[in-house]
Design a protein around this ligand. Sequence first.
Ligand code: ADP
Ligand code: TRP
Length: 352
Amino acid sequence: MTNKKPVLVSGIQPTGRLHIGNYLGALKQFVELQNSGKYQCYFFVADLHALTENPSPKDLSQNIINLVIDFFAVGLDPKKSVIFQQSQIQSLQELKWVLGTLVPPGELLRMTAFKEKVLQALKPEEREKLTKEEFDKIVVSTNYGLVEYPILMAADILIFGGQFVPIGHDQLQHLELARTIARKFNNRFGKIFVEPRPLLAPTSRVMSLDDPTKKMSKSLPNGCLFLDDKPEDIRAKFRKAVTDSGSEIKFDEVNKPAISNLLMIYSEFSGLTIAQIEAKFKNKNYSQFKEALAELVISYFEPFNKKKKLFQKKIVQVKKQLTAGSNKAHIVAYKKIQEVKKLIGLIPHLNN
Ligand code: ADP
Ligand code: TRP
């Protein structure tokens, strides 16, 4: 029996511990979408993409298994979704090559995420002074995986017929490219790919706890609250979190970016609206609010941390489930790449 539900695809790179930005911007929504029962879901560990960061083999293999454990501990369920490891799907690499022949390198070099990555080692003032020649010099000496990154991402989505892709803001441009590639391919060879659409999480930007002008990111660990932080660390991090001038607990992103970020986090973890939280803390000060927020987050992630510890004791089973998911994904991907090969003339017709 064929499954008629729309296909949903998303991946996360195994590049380190997950923080609440990753959770609110991606994983929380993954679980909700999975549990809605409306989609055929594919969630994967984007280990090939993580290679572009040149991790050590030890870190990479550890991060892969940690991320799968996190997937399971937040509630992604191999009985409901196909959960797999990207590098196990060989057909993806074949499709990436085919799609690459449709994309001019100039389009890849213009990607914002690419530019951010190659320039990340530079200070803002150095970036501003950078001439076109200096930029080009940096670009040609970067690793080629960073250039190809969006093509592999397009292959990830298109090979499973992904119609919906839950992603954060930073990935919208990559998704737009995936749509363009699908359209180009379909126009030239016949309609075989679905043009994927993004699903943005309601909270697509959690800001850093120590600088509310920057996005919470693994590359700025001091501002991160990790899902597996210990209760005492969570309390300390919120206590130290930057606040704005004044003392009122009020949402105002322009004048009070720090407290607004904390209010948004409170809202996500409590299910209360911002107005309800403002009313609740009307006569309270920042430190009372931050203490309450710490306790809220600690209790929210208690079940996650319990499950995580259990899965850490069952690594063999976790690996087996990942392999089973990868086998399922492989079958779907293999079928698609055969169709693609036929369509583009790579499988010669013996009869004509
Ligand atoms: P990081 O910036 O910490 O390296 P990744 O790039 O690995 O995070 O992102 C993994 C997922 O988490 C992506 O879907 C991304 O959009 C989302 N994400 C990352 N940081 C945030 C944030 N601060 N707020 C909301 N979503 C985020
Ligand atoms: N590039 C995405 C990120 O950094 C991860 C990713 C790889 C992805 N392939 C994907 C997300 C396909 C959605 C669909 O967050």
